[in-house]
Design a protein around this ligand. Structure first.
Ligand code: HEC
Length: 119
């Protein structure tokens, strides 16, 4: 986990210093209007490699974590077929993973589901 944050931090630094590492422009296309605030956060940040290429999960912050957590028992498509508001994201995490929804992992999964896969 610590390593991951270092990677994200590194990419962020690189992006801030003007390196054309990633183009996140495409991310803003499928954002619902009511998720505008968090969507903006995502587009302003450089995404780690695993968050960019977590197919079938669309690129977004914590996509890599969600892929890891949510494909343990079924295909990713089962997850990406749906759209989630915050409440639904919390509920799915609770039902599927069954652990503390206040944990760092839970927060990341819930953020991804309710923004990148948000309705
Ligand atoms: C411990 C195993 C397990 C994990 C981990 C898991 N799921 Fe599931 N999931 C299932 C099973 C079993 C089904 C199919 C049976 C059912 O629908 O209740 C399912 C079905 C689904 C469905 C289909 C629609 C529905 O309501 O049944 C969605 C959406 C879903 N999971 C989302 C998720 C998400 C999001 C995650 C990650 C946070 C996740 N799952 C992680 C076991 C799991």
């Amino acid at each position: 986990m610590t390593n991951r944050f270092l990677v994200v931090g590194g990419l962020l630094l690189a992006a801030l210093s003007g390196l054309p590492l990633l183009s996140t422009g495409a991310l803003s296309q499928s954002k619902p209007a009511d998720a505008a605030e968090t969507a903006e956060d995502t587009t302003e940040e450089a995404l780690s490699r695993e968050d960019m290429s977590a197919a079938p999960f669309p690129p977004g912050r914590y996509a890599g974590v969600v892929k890891q957590v949510c494909t343990e028992c079924h295909m990713g498509q089962v997850v990406t077929d749906l759209r989630y508001n915050h409440e639904e994201a919390v509920r799915y995490y609770k039902v599927m993973v069954g652990s503390d929804v206040e944990s760092e992992q839970a927060k990341q999964v819930i953020e991804y589901l309710s923004t990148t896969l948000g309705r």
